[in-house]
Write a protein that binds this ligand. Sequence first.
Ligand SMILES: [Zn+2]
Length: 157
Amino acid sequence: MIHYQLRCGQDHDFDGWFKDSVSFEKQAKRGLIDCPECGGTDVERALMAPALSKRDSLPMTTESAPPPAKTAPATPEKTATGRMPAQMLAALQKLRAEVEKTSDYVGQDFANRARAIHRGEAEPKSIYGETSEEQAESLAEEGISVARIPWVPRADG
Ligand SMILES: [Zn+2]
């Protein structure tokens, strides 16, 4: 199973779970994936790419703004592949809490910020945000470590 952060033609974000990328492509092509907010089937992938700079022992940053509400909540039961296993959801919620606690949210500016930190042009700290697949790939090519994690609703709502 893979998770995609999806976005409809009207910029609504939602989550989808698929057997593999081929299965996503097929469903998207046939208009089988619809936006839970507006029902639009003009859906494409929007990647989340939380990540950090290379060291583990980074100082904790000051409290960061929470990600915009539009990245949550997920509605997996409305997707073609059904509900996420509770165990997986719990593990992902823990991961999300950890990322939010230790990292700064930089939104769409993620690729630029990651690059600046990598080059020593910005203060080294953990950041997370959103980026396109192309940007994530080019970061990887530049030797910047980027992790992708499925972004789930918080455990505490
Ligand atoms: Zn929509």
